[in-house]
Design a binder for this molecule. Structure first.
Ligand code: HAM
Length: 418
């Protein structure tokens, strides 16, 4: 019997795995530069946290959760997203009692039982950032700009920022009623009618032509914002404009999670087909209270590492690949291998990445391995060299080779690499 990775999952293998790490780092770096600190929360949480935080009526909660009972009879769920767990941790550890805003970033796997297709997996990786406890439109603009910078730093050009405001508890209920009244008069099927009852905003996202055609005159949230929400949204856009971040108004943008209010956004990429969202987020001022915490405001995003990699591939943007090691040891015989074993350990202790050929491979095989490793230098060592107290240091790019005394080898390599 043999096994394959479960449906909807895939292995991230070398050499592409180095590009995966590079993307993860590039997407989180702007947040770190803005003072966001790293947080890591468990991969599973109480099921009720997601039901209450993300929303019972969302597909994510009602259809896509990996829920199980542990041996203690608790209902646990593999996290489908990171925000609920991060806010749970902020509340549990009273991080809000310190300096505000609490600025946090995270990276890791999430799990959704979705129908797998290109760019949509059951196990996928996000980089996320959250700013909690300060209601300042400048913070909305900051967080959006950090995602923008992350994509730009990777050399991506074909992405767009879709932006809207979803209003708040003051203006959204009235708008919701207005939209429901509009939808009631349309010629739509029973399922859509039911959706209009539970979450009418989601009907605005319907892509079927017969429904779309009827949505032309639908009332839009942005046209019915209350005074404070309208001012907030104007401020966010003014600050984005100040720093050169371009957006498109997306009054029908619908997110798959229920906790959003006010500023809401998505980054989409044209090279990805149906799964075009490479990242998304927004303000979630009611989330903390909904999961039993104090009334804390918050805004954040999560960027999809898997889809960002696909977008880079679609654009033909060079994926960052690093040499596996800087130096590679090529031993000719058992005694040389033992000496090289110590030498490579010494190189690593000095901060130089180093590997060597193991398993008596012979000169040709070992030199091939040295080339494949991407190393700048090979140390070739044989019995005659050991007797002479030297090693052959070979520059793998130019092919030049010189004899270097064994006791100054590490120093010589350090000098050559800087
Ligand atoms: P989300 O829009 O559900 O938001 O996910 C964010 C990103 O994760 C998506 O734009 C996409 O790139 C990636 N993603 C989601 N599902 C999949 C999947 N099945 N396969 C591959 N990639 C996927 C959130 O998760 C919110 N927690 C974001 C947030 C943070 N809002 C406020 N703070």
């Amino acid at each position: 019997m043999s096994f394959t990775a479960p449906k909807g999952t895939y292995d991230i293998l070398p050499p592409e795995s180095s590009a995966f790490l590079a993307v993860r780092d590039a997407l989180s770096r702007p947040a770190a530069l803005a003072g966001y600190e790293y947080i890591e929360t468990p991969i599973f949480e109480d099921t009720a946290l997601f039901a209450r935080g993300v929303g019972e009526s969302t597909d994510v909660v009602s259809k896509e959760m990996y829920t199980f009972q542990d041996k203690g009879g608790r209902s646990l769920t593999l996290r489908p997203e990171g925000t609920a767990g991060v806010i749970r941790a902020v509340i549990e550890h009273k991080l809000y009692a310190g300096q505000l805003p609490v600025k946090l970033w995270y990276a890791g796997p999430n799990f959704r039982y979705e129908r797998p297709q290109a760019g949509r997996y059951r196990h996928f990786t996000q980089v996320g950032a959250e700013a909690v406890g300060v209601d300042d439109p400048m913070l909305d603009a900051e967080i959006i700009a950090l995602a923008w910078e992350g994509y730009r730093a990777l050399g991506l050009g074909g992405f767009r920022l879709l932006l809207t405001s979803l209003g708040d508890d003051t203006c959204r209920p009235a708008y919701r009623a207005l939209l429901q009244a509009f939808l009631r008069d349309l010629d739509i099927d029973d399922d859509t009618r039911r959706r209009a009852d539970i979450n009418p905003l989601r009907v605005l996202d319907d892509k079927r032509p017969d429904v779309l055609a009827q949505l032309d005159g639908a009332p839009l949230m942005v046209e019915h914002l209350c005074g404070p929400c309208a001012v907030h949204y104007d401020d966010v856009r003014a600050r984005l404009a100040d720093i050169g971040v371009q957006w498109e108004e997306a009054p029908r943008l619908v997110r798959g999670l229920d906790y959003y209010m006010r500023t809401t956004f998505e980054f989409v990429h044209s090279g990805l087909g149906a799964q075009s969202a490479i990242g998304g987020g927004g303000r979630y001022d009611g989330l903390s209270a909904a999961i039993g915490g104090p009334a804390l405001t918050g805004i954040g995003w999560a960027l999809g590492v898997d889809r960002t990699l696909l977008a880079m591939r679609a654009e033909g943007v060079g994926l960052p690949t690093a040499a596996r090691v800087q130096v590679y040891g090529v031993p000719l015989g058992a005694a040389a291998a033992e000496r090289l074993f110590g030498l490579t350990a010494g190189l690593r202790a000095a901060g130089v990445s180093a590997d060597m050929a193991y398993g008596a491979r012979g000169l040709k095989g070992a030199m091939k391995a040295a080339d494949r490793s991407g190393a700048a230098y090979a140390i070739v060592l044989g019995d005659r060299d050991i007797r002479a107290g030297t090693a052959q240091l070979k520059d793998l790019r130019s092919g030049d080779q010189l004899a270097v005394p064994l006791d100054s080898l590490v120093a010589t390599i350090l000098e050559k690499l800087t």
